[in-house]
Design a protein around this ligand. Structure first.
Ligand SMILES: *Cc1c(COP(=O)(O)O)cnc(C)c1O
Length: 480
C-alpha cells in the first residue's frame, strides 16, 4: 500500500505549483490583464461575432496538461472578444457593470489564502471584514445598530433571501400561501417574480400597483389595494418597492410606502440593487428619502460600487429576523459555535462555504477612500442629465420623463413608417457597429432605447461618442 500511496503522491503533487511556476503564471496573467486594460478604450463595447466563442471547445479537459499561453490565447479570442464588454466605459446598456482593479487583486488574495468565511470561528478577521462592509451599507441605508445583512452573489439572491425572511417573519403557514399577497409594480425586476417561485409562494397573489407618469408606484393606490385585500380576508405579506427600476431608473415613493407598510404592519422590502449606492450623493439621499423605513433592502456593489460581478447584498433592519430565518445548526459544526462575538455569514444566508466576497469591496474602499465613489456617482447622474438634454437636440427624438437616476429613455420618430420598427433597427445597427452599446426596452408596446450610465469608466468623452453614434445611425437609417 505504501508503494501505491507514494506513486499516487508523485502525480498528486503536481497540483502544487512551485514558486517558479507561480511567478510565471502571474506574470503572464498580469501582462494579459495589462494588455486588456491598456487597449480597453479602443476596444469595441460589443462584438457581434460569427463564432460566438465556440472556439473554447477546441480545448477539452484531458489527462494531459496544456500550456498557459495557449489557454490565454483562447481566452482572448473566444472569451474576451465576442459579445458585450462590460469593462468598457462605452457600455451604457442594461445596467452596466464595473470591475475595479483592486477588487481583482482582492479576489486573487482571497483565492490564494482561501480563508473560510462561512463562520466567524474559522476566519474571524475575514468575517469582521465582511461584517464591516455590511455595516457600512446598513449605515448608508440608515438602518439601526441591530441591523444585519449578507454579502450575496448578486441582487437576485439578495431579493430571494429578503422575501424568504419576510415570509418567515410573517408566520404564515404553507396552507395559507394562496391567501398571501405581495405588492409591487409592473416595473419590478423579474428576479422578484422568480424569488416568489423559489420561496414556494407562486400561489400567492402578486399585485402590480398602478404607477404615475414617471413609472413610480402610486402610494394611495397601494394603500387602497392593501385595505381591500384585507377586507376580503387575504393576507398582505410584503411590499417590494424599487429604488431605481432596472428598466427606467424610477424610484418608488419610499417615504410614503414606508408609512403605509407601518400602518398595515407589513414587511417592506426595497430593491435598491441598481440605485442604492446613489445614497452616497446628496441628490440620491433626497430621491430615496424614506428608504430607512424599510425592513430590508437589496443593494448591488457590482453595480453602483463598480465591483466586478459577483457582489450583491441583502440588508435587514432587524438582524434577528434574518438570523431566525436563515440559521440552522449542524452536529459537525459544534466547535464553531463557541465564537459568537460576530455574526457568521452562514447564519444569515442559505450559503455555507462561500467566496470571501468582502475583500473585493473592502480593498477598493480602503485604497481609494469613499470620496471618489461619491464623485463618480454624482458624475453619472449629471452625465445622464447631460445626455437627456443633448439627445433632444436631434430632430425627431422623443424622450421619456426626466431621468430620476442614471437611466434615460428615448426613441426616434421617423419621417415615415413605423416607429417601433425603426427603433429596433436602430438598436440592431448600433450593436452591429459595436463602438458603443445601449439597449432597448418596450413600454406598453412602444419600443424605447435606453441609456444607463453606471460604468466607472463612462465619462463625458464616452457620452459624447454615444450621442454622435446615435446621430450617425439615425441619419444612415433615414437615408435608406
Ligand atoms: C440588477 C438588478 C437585479 C438583479 O441583480 P443581479 O445582481 O443581476 O442578480 C435586481 N433588481 C434590480 C432593480 C436590478 O437592477
Amino acid at each position: 500500500m505504501e508503494q501505491k500511496i507514494k506513486e499516487l503522491e508523485q502525480e498528486a503533487r503536481k497540483l502544487e505549483s512551485t514558486s517558479h511556476d507561480r511567478n510565471s503564471l502571474l506574470k503572464k496573467a498580469q501582462s494579459y490583464g495589462e494588455n486588456f486594460l491598456s487597449t480597453l478604450a479602443e476596444q469595441p463595447a460589443y462584438v457581434d461575432s460569427e463564432s460566438m466563442g465556440k472556439g473554447v471547445y477546441k480545448l477539452p479537459f484531458e489527462d494531459e496538461p496544456k500550456e498557459f499561453d495557449q489557454l490565454l490565447e483562447v481566452l482572448k479570442s473566444e472569451v474576451d472578444r465576442p459579445g458585450l464588454n462590460p469593462a468598457s466605459g462605452k457600455h451604457a446598456g442594461y445596467i452596466p457593470g464595473g470591475g475595479l482593479y483592486p477588487s481583482a487583486i482582492a479576489d486573487y488574495l482571497a483565492a490564494v489564502t482561501n480563508r473560510y468565511t462561512g463562520v466567524f470561528f474559522s476566519s474571524p478577521g475575514a468575517v469582521r471584514i465582511e461584517n464591516m462592509c455590511v455595516r457600512w451599507m446598513n449605515d448608508l441605508i440608515g438602518y439601526p445598530e441591530e441591523a444585519a445583512g449578507n454579502l450575496t452573489s448578486g441582487g437576485s439572491i439578495a431579493n430571494l433571501i429578503g422575501l424568504v425572511t419576510a415570509r418567515d417573519d410573517s408566520g404564515i403557514k404553507a396552507k395559507d400561501f394562496n391567501r398571501a399577497v405581495i405588492y409591487t409594480t409592473r416595473q419590478v425586476h423579474h428576479c422578484v417574480v422568480k424569488a416568489i417561485k423559489f420561496a414556494g409562494l407562486q400561489e400567492a397573489s402578486l399585485r402590480t400597483i398602478p404607477m404615475d407618469d414617471r413609472y413610480r408606484m402610486k402610494a394611495n393606490a397601494l394603500d387602497e389595494q392593501i385595505q381591500s385585500d384585507k377586507d376580503e380576508g387575504l393576507i398582505p405579506l410584503t411590499i417590494f418597492a424599487s429604488a431605481g427600476t432596472t428598466d427606467l431608473g424610477a424610484v418608488d415613493p419610499l417615504d410614503e410606502i414606508g408609512d403605509i407598510a407601518d400602518q398595515h404592519d407589513l414587511w417592506f422590502h426595497v430593491d435598491a440593487a441598481y440605485g442604492g449606492f446613489f445614497l452616497l450623493t446628496e441628490y440620491g439621499k433626497k430621491v430615496m428619502r424614506g428608504i430607512e423605513k424599510s425592513d430590508s433592502a437589496t443593494i448591488d456593489p457590482h453595480k453602483g460600487l463598480f465591483l466586478p460581478y459577483g457582489s450583491g447584498a441583502l440588508l435587514v433592519k432587524d438582524g434577528e429576523k434574518l438570523y431566525d430565518s436563515q440559521h440552522m445548526s449542524a452536529n459537525y459544526l459544534q466547535d464553531t459555535y463557541k465564537a459568537t462575538e460576530e455574526a457568521s455569514p452562514a447564519d444569515l444566508s442559505p450559503e455555507l462555504s462561500k467566496h470571501f466576497r468582502g475583500l473585493r469591496m473592502w480593498l477598493p474602499l480602503q485604497l481609494f477612500g469613499v470620496r471618489p465613489f461619491r464623485a463618480a456617482l454624482e458624475e453619472k447622474l449629471l452625465l445622464t442629465r447631460y445626455f437627456y438634454d443633448k439627445i433632444q437636440q436631434i430632430d425627431g427624438i422623443e424622450v421619456g420623463p426626466e431621468p430620476e437616476l442614471s437611466v434615460a429613455f428615448f426613441r426616434y420618430i421617423p419621417e415615415s413608417g413605423d416607429a417601433n420598427t425603426f427603433n429596433k433597427k436602430l438598436v440592431d445597427e448600433i450593436h452591429r457597429d459595436g463602438r458603443i452599446f445601449i439597449s432597448s426596452t418596450h413600454i406598453n408596446g412602444t419600443v424605447f432605447l435606453r441609456l444607463a450610465v453606471l460604468n466607472f469608466r463612462t465619462h463625458l468623452e464616452e457620452v459624447t461618442l454615444i450621442l454622435s453614434v446615435l446621430k450617425e445611425k439615425i441619419q444612415k437609417l433615414e437615408a435608406l
